[in-house]
Design a protein around this ligand. Structure first.
Ligand code: SAH
Length: 204
């Protein structure tokens, strides 16, 4: 499936019904979800994919439509019900787990694809997601607010990982909270592909 075809399918998905600001619930725009999934497919990263904080499921669903076995992990049951409906709507098969990502344990190393809370409402929420992703993954695709490069770089290098790609993009965010003044606005983000060092993979 081409990126544009995937994007058109993803445009059919429902977003959050009652977005919870404390959990920093924002839907990844279809264009960005399709970009990440098609890039991951091309590089050969789509085997078992965990979407941490999957919300209404767009990232897990994108990867599943491109052939991955996708698992979405999310604290909010209401969001997970929409994720389930969304998967059915586009014929994607995904597994969903309702839990705090901080409590997740995984036996096998996976690819993580995530749009974590940016840590604006709850300080360090982005840090704990990245820490969990570094614990369970060989490869990570993660979306952060602009200006996160120094923090991400120092955290990944301490865990034996390296940033292989960094895309600085501007994404359209729909009005989802009453304090948003415009119907949508562009916000600058940084999307990282992070990989475990070769030497750390040896012997696995
Ligand atoms: N991945 C979705 C949603 C991103 S918003 C998308 O790309 O559209 C971040 C999501 O993380 C929200 O759905 C929020 O409910 C969830 N979340 C926040 N803290 C969490 C935690 N500790 N454990 C699991 N999910 C969490």
């Amino acid at each position: 499936m081409r990126k544009r075809e995937l994007e058109i399918l993803l445009e059919e998905l429902k977003g959050f019904e009652n977005p919870k600001i404390k959990l920093e619930q924002y839907v990844t725009p279809p264009g960005l979800a399709a970009f990440i999934a098609t890039t991951a497919k091309l590089i050969g990263d789509l085997h078992t994919v965990f979407d941490l904080g999957c919300g209404t499921g767009i990232l897990a669903i994108s990867c599943s439509l491109l052939g991955a076995y996708s698992v979405g992990v999310e604290l909010d049951l209401e969001a997970l019900k929409i994720a389930e409906e969304n998967a059915d709507r586009v014929g994607a098969e995904i597994d969903l787990i309702c839990m705090d990502v901080n409590d997740l344990r995984c036996r096998e190393k996976v690819t993580t694809v995530m749009n974590p809370p940016f840590g604006i409402q709850r300080r360090n929420a982005d840090r704990s997601f990245l820490k969990k992703a570094l614990e369970i993954s060989n490869v990570i695709y993660t979306i952060h607010s602009a200006g996160s490069e120094v923090f991400v770089r120092s955290m990944v290098s301490r865990h034996g990982f390296t940033i292989t790609h960094l895309w600085k993009l501007s994404i359209p965010l729909r009005r989802s909270y009453s304090f948003h003044e415009k119907a949508f606005k562009y916000i600058p983000v940084e999307v990282f592909r992070i990989e475990k060092h070769e030497s750390c993979n040896a012997g696995r």
